[in-house]
Design a protein around this ligand. Structure first.
Ligand code: PEP
Length: 254
């Protein structure tokens, strides 16, 4: 059985006070209402990691992660954060290659491959993001684009290593736009990614990897998207900032 996961990417939002309030609300609602065992991962800005870690009463189901890390272990990289620092704050996951990092910070597939290596070396779980832009979808080259992103950043890994990666398919045209991929479009791409992994590694490896969908997931569409056989959960942006909405998305697995 693959892990079902709902991860909330807060992006650059929330002061400490706002983050603590949001976390406490989500934790309470998860405790009171959630019937399933999906992993819930808070992915706040770095400054929140320590205070969130102190607020997680049941650490098996609710975890924390970071939105990025540097590819080097340490050193003269002003303004950056290392994987071991994230780990020392109680983080277990790191988002690698979010489309906003690719677009605004010029992160290339080659750099992302290095970051994935560093995250794994520090015994953290990368949540590797891939996804096509609208132009690609319009000319039906989405599989070629996503296939290349996955191959370039992940296919140097051993079977043991890639089995530890979580993949998030996030079509760029659906992120923060209110436009969601249909459940069928999500399933189609997830099945394509899984098939590519099966061809490179094995069916066992491909079947063990959780593939999340991201892009305007809301309580209203989560159940349908998560019901698809190759969709193992979601990476949630905007809706993760509202405790009620975020927990209702987690409850889509009930
Ligand atoms: C994201 O940033 O990963 C994301 C999916 O955002 P949103 O849910 O707001 O589209």
């Amino acid at each position: 059985m693959r892990k079902q996961i709902v991860a909330g990417n807060w992006k650059m939002n929330c002061t400490i006070e706002e983050g603590q309030k949001l976390t406490s609300e989500v934790v309470q609602l998860v405790q009171d209402e959630v019937q399933n065992e999906a992993e819930v991962i808070f992915v706040p800005p770095f400054i929140h990691l320590i205070s969130l870690n102190e607020r997680l009463p049941f650490k098996d189901q609710v975890l924390i992660g970071a939105q990025n890390c540097h590819q080097n272990e340490s050193g003269a990289f002003t303004g950056e954060i290392s994987a071991s620092m994230i780990k020392s704050c109680g983080g277990s996951h790191v988002i690698i290659g979010h489309s906003e990092r690719r677009e605004y910070f010029g992160e290339s597939d080659a750099l992302l491959a290095e970051k994935v290596n560093t995250v794994l070396k520090n015994e953290l779980t990368p949540i590797f993001c891939c996804g096509e832009r609208l132009e690609s979808r319009e000319i039906n080259t989405q599989e070629a684009v996503v296939g290349e992103q996955v191959r370039n950043a992940l296919f140097h890994l051993t079977p043991e290593e890639i089995s530890k990666v979580v993949i998030a398919y996030e079509p760029v045209w659906a992120i923060g736009t209110g436009k969601t991929a249909s459940a069928e479009q999500a399933q189609e791409m997830h099945a394509f990614i899984r098939q590519a992994i099966a061809e490179k590694y094995s069916t066992d490896v491909a079947d063990s990897i959780s593939i999340l969908y991201g892009g305007s997931v809301k309580p209203e569409n989560a159940k349908e998207i998560f019901s698809k056989p190759d969709v193992d959960g979601g990476l949630i942006g905007g809706a993760s900032l509202k405790s009620r909405d975020f927990v209702d998305i987690v409850k889509a697995f009930d």
